[in-house]
Design a protein around this ligand. Structure first.
Ligand code: GSH
Length: 182
């Protein structure tokens, strides 16, 4: 059954698109605009957050990039991107770590919200440095997120790393941009 893929080309929807292509799923895309169709009643009935991406497959809605990656890996097993039983621990551990702590840490850093003092205990990501060190420590010793082969976790974790790198590059570019004369 064809998947309906709701997205905007300038969004995390590109992660879902990458995964749709990896599993070779039949899909049709619906492009939504920020602030208008993305917040319209029709789309809010699919994703009440009014955010992309979302997919609808066989009457089921899946939102959240990491969930979409895992769902597609499970639903299209011929692509071989779902974990085996032996790979599952590392797969879920780092998939959820990237969707939670890594995403939070990068977002706080991009927004220049410091996590200091006792807040570090409350914030699930700890500090940016601790979250990055944990991921870096794992990837330094492993070519893939789990099991020595490419899985859906590599799509998602890889996309999060690429997004983090591009966020910090665009922040540096914004900082170095000359200010317009008053
Ligand atoms: N946790 C969601 C985040 C989705 C998200 O924030 N998408 C942004 C685009 S990258 C969005 O749709 N923003 C539109 C808005 O909030 O109005 C995921 O991983 O899919």
């Amino acid at each position: 059954m064809t998947i309906t893929f709701y997205t905007n080309p300038m969004s995390r929807g590109q992660v879902a698109r990458w995964m749709l292509e990896e599993v070779d799923a039949p899909y049709e895309q619906v492009l939504l605009d920020y602030g208008t169709t993305m917040k319209g009643a029709e789309y809010l009935a699919i994703n009440p957050m009014g955010k992309v991406p979302a997919i609808v497959h066989d009457g089921h809605v899946v939102t959240e990039c990491a969930a979409i990656c895992a769902y597609l890996a499970d639903t299209f097993p011929a692509a071989g991107l779902a974990p085996t039983a032996a790979e599952r621990a590392d797969y879920y551990r780092w998939l959820f770590f990237a969707a939670g702590p890594v995403e939070q840490a990068v977002t706080f850093k991009f927004m220049q919200v410091p996590i200091e003092g006792r807040n570090e205990m409350m914030a699930g990501c700890g500090t940016y440095e601790s979250a990055m060190a944990a991921l870096d420590g794992w990837l330094a010793g492993h070519d893939y997120v789990c099991g020595g082969r490419f899985t859906a976790a590599d799509v998602y974790v890889g996309a999060q790393v690429a997004w983090g790198c591009s966020s910090s590059r665009s922040r540096r570019r914004r900082r170095s941009r000359p200010t317009a004369p008053a």
